[in-house]
Design a binder for this molecule. Structure first.
Ligand SMILES: [Zn+2]
Length: 140
C-alpha cells in the first residue's frame, strides 16, 4: 500500500529510469525547462498538481495565476509542508529553490514581493515537467 506521506527513497539510476531524460534533468539535477515550453504554462484546468516524481500533492489550480513569466506560477502550495525551500546561489544569484518535501526533487524557485495582485505576492515558479495535473472532473 502506498503511503502518500512516507518519504520516497530511490537511487539515481531508478529515478533516471522512471522519469526519462528530460524530467530527470529538472527534478533530480535542478535544470530549468525553457520558458513558454512547458505543457502547463497557460493551463486553467481545475485540479491538483502532483509531483511527477513521487505523486505527492503540491499545488492546486485555485492558486495558479497568470504571471506572464513563461512557467506555471502559483501563489501558495497546497499545504505549507508540501514543499521545502532552500537557498540557491547558482547562476550568480541568490534564489530560493523549491523542492518536493516528500522525495526531495527540484521543482523550481519561489520569488517574493514582486507586486502580483495575489493573496501572498509569492510566485512559485515551477517547471511543468516537474508536475502532473490531475484534473478534477467533478468541478465544472
Ligand atoms: Zn516528489
Amino acid at each position: 500500500m502506498d503511503d502518500a506521506t512516507a518519504p520516497v527513497e530511490r537511487t539515481e539510476e531508478e529515478w533516471r529510469a522512471q522519469l526519462g531524460p528530460e524530467a530527470y534533468a529538472v527534478l533530480r539535477q535542478g535544470a530549468t525547462e525553457r520558458a513558454w515550453t512547458g505543457e502547463y504554462v497557460s493551463t486553467t484546468t481545475t485540479g491538483v498538481y502532483r509531483c511527477r516524481a513521487c505523486g505527492a500533492e503540491l499545488f492546486r489550480s485555485t492558486t495558479k495565476f497568470e504571471s506572464h513569466c513563461g512557467w506555471p506560477s502559483f501563489y501558495d502550495p497546497s499545504d505549507t509542508s508540501a514543499v521545502t525551500l532552500h537557498e540557491d546561489g547558482s547562476l550568480g544569484m541568490i534564489r530560493t529553490e523549491v523542492r518536493c518535501a516528500r522525495c526531495g526533487s527540484h521543482l523550481g524557485h519561489v520569488f517574493r514581493g514582486e507586486g502580483y495582485p495575489t493573496p501572498t505576492d509569492d510566485r512559485y515558479c515551477i517547471n511543468s515537467i516537474a508536475l502532473t495535473l490531475e484534473a478534477d472532473d467533478s468541478v465544472e
